[in-house]
Design a protein around this ligand. Sequence first.
Ligand SMILES: [Zn+2]
Length: 345
Amino acid sequence: MKALVLKEYNKLVYMEVPDPVPAEDEVLVRVMAAGICGSDVHGMDGSTGRRIPPLIMGHEASGVIASVGKAVRGWKEGDRVTFDSTIYPLDDWYTRKGLYNLSDNRMVLGVSPGEYRRDGAFAEYVAIPQHILYRIPDEVTFTQAAMVEPVAVATHAVEITPVSWNDTALVVGSGMVGLFVIQVLRTRGCGQIIAVDPEEEKLALARRLGADHTINPSTRNVNEEVLRLTDQRGADVAFEVVGKTESVTAAIHSVRKGTTVTLVGNLSPEVRIPLQAVVTRQLRLQGICAICGEYPAVLEMIARKVINVEAILSAEVPLSEGAEWFKRLYQGEPGLLKVILKPGE
Ligand SMILES: [Zn+2]
């Protein structure tokens, strides 16, 4: 089959590779659409240590089942499917507690951090364990289904954050996941949603997708603006979707006392936090990891047009042009959000 292979750091090659051989409990999926994730773009230069070459990346995808392993039940050739990005063991302490995203020895599709290597979906075919498959509703296209993964990450972040009716929510970072957090928050009965981003284009998109107010931190003070919009009290809840000292600090200073700041972004492995502001204002900082069962809800929300994924779609291109698009994303071309690769073209 043809695949886009990370041969060495910063070197993607579209080339012929052997077809994956699915295990007994796996299906072979013919990939129809696969999204390039920010973690692939940042990971391909070796900086995250999670994309050790050689590797076929890609963990946000959809396709059609081409064949099923001997032990597979309930799935057949021709089924339209998408799948979780986490391959979790079923017999695991965390999985048994309903926390499969935290299970020990889990793998992420299209990732190779050293302990394992699991080829992903930037290829004509990918092998997927049956227990992470989800059926795509008829109303949902393959391209839409390839964007379920990042929406599900945003949904999981909102799911574990206490949000009450009419709460003011602050979303620091209006990249793809931030824009999905805004849309999911809209379904949760929030009052004001305030979006923060240094790119005006992204702020315009944030307003289109449900933000009431937007703040550009390069021209205005985030903390002062949020206080002005909240009777000087601060936002009721905040999501940090960048992962840098400045944005984490802005989120911490802009929430009211006694609430939660959910940390979604992790661009920098370490940040400085204003400790006293956290301790004396009794804040709870919580991380979120991946997805824990949100796929069916997200697929239905897309089917019912509650979540607009197309707004974030920048381009759909053949897999053979993948290397070039990776380069454009890596260089941070303004306005470029989600790029979908299509192996069939
Ligand atoms: Zn991703």
